[in-house]
Design a protein around this ligand. Structure first.
Ligand SMILES: [Fe+2]
Ligand SMILES: [Fe+2]
Length: 204
């Protein structure tokens, strides 16, 4: 997967608004906060996959597809935890996640079951896409060669998850509906990103 330019990120991941280039410089001087926030992003990814498995336990394909992702995301959490330990930093408290809360607000609450599943999978794809883009920024923009390599690994992994969630949606739901709703998600995510101030103490 070619992810070396803004155009490639936009084309492959569909993101409508590239991250402000100043973000990586702010992140570089807040690495402790970035690592804590990143750890919780991984924890939430694992937890959400578990909750989807619980709700869709009657769908063997969903269970089988997401079970290894839980392991992967939890592995990511542990890798980030190791980096905090190396720096003698505690995990620390979880901050309020403004970005993810805005995405949750956008997703369907009640209504048809298919719509609920669709939005859950698309919200996961959205977070994977934006995380991937942010990890790409870190993997290219940090001065520390070790951290650049560290983040490259996450970038590649989350790119794979982004594809997996979209494919899972297209497999279980009407692909036309998936594509229409995905376009709405991308447009809405652009608005969320545009409305947020640039902060170097968080991944999104
Ligand atoms: Fe992850
Ligand atoms: Fe992921």
């Amino acid at each position: 997967m070619e992810l070396h330019s803004d155009a490639a990120v936009k084309n492959i991941l569909g993101l409508q608004l590239p991250t402000d280039p100043r973000w990586v410089d702010l992140a570089a001087i807040n690495m402790g906060a970035i690592l804590t926030d990143h750890a919780y992003c991984e924890q939430k990814a694992a937890t959400t996959c578990i909750s989807i498995i619980q709700r869709y336990s009657a769908y063997p394909d969903i269970v089988k597809t997401l079970a290894p992702i839980v392991t992967e995301e939890w592995g990511h959490f542990r890798l980030v935890l190791q980096e905090l330990e190396k720096r003698k930093l505690p995990l620390g408290p979880q901050r309020k996640d403004v970005y993810v809360n805005a995405l949750i607000d956008f997703s369907q609450k009640g209504g048809d079951e298919a719509g609920w599943l669709l939005d859950k999978l698309l919200m996961m794809a959205m977070i994977e896409a934006r995380s991937c883009e942010r990890f790409k920024r870190l993997s290219e923009g940090l001065d520390d060669a070790y951290l650049r390599k560290f983040y490259r690994r996450f970038m590649e992994s989350e790119a794979g998850h982004y594809v997996l969630f979209l494919e899972l949606a297209e497999k279980h739901l009407d692909p036309v509906r998936v594509r229409q709703r995905w376009a709405e998600w991308l447009a809405h995510e652009k608005e969320i990103m545009a409305s947020q101030e640039i902060r170097g103490d968080r991944i999104h």
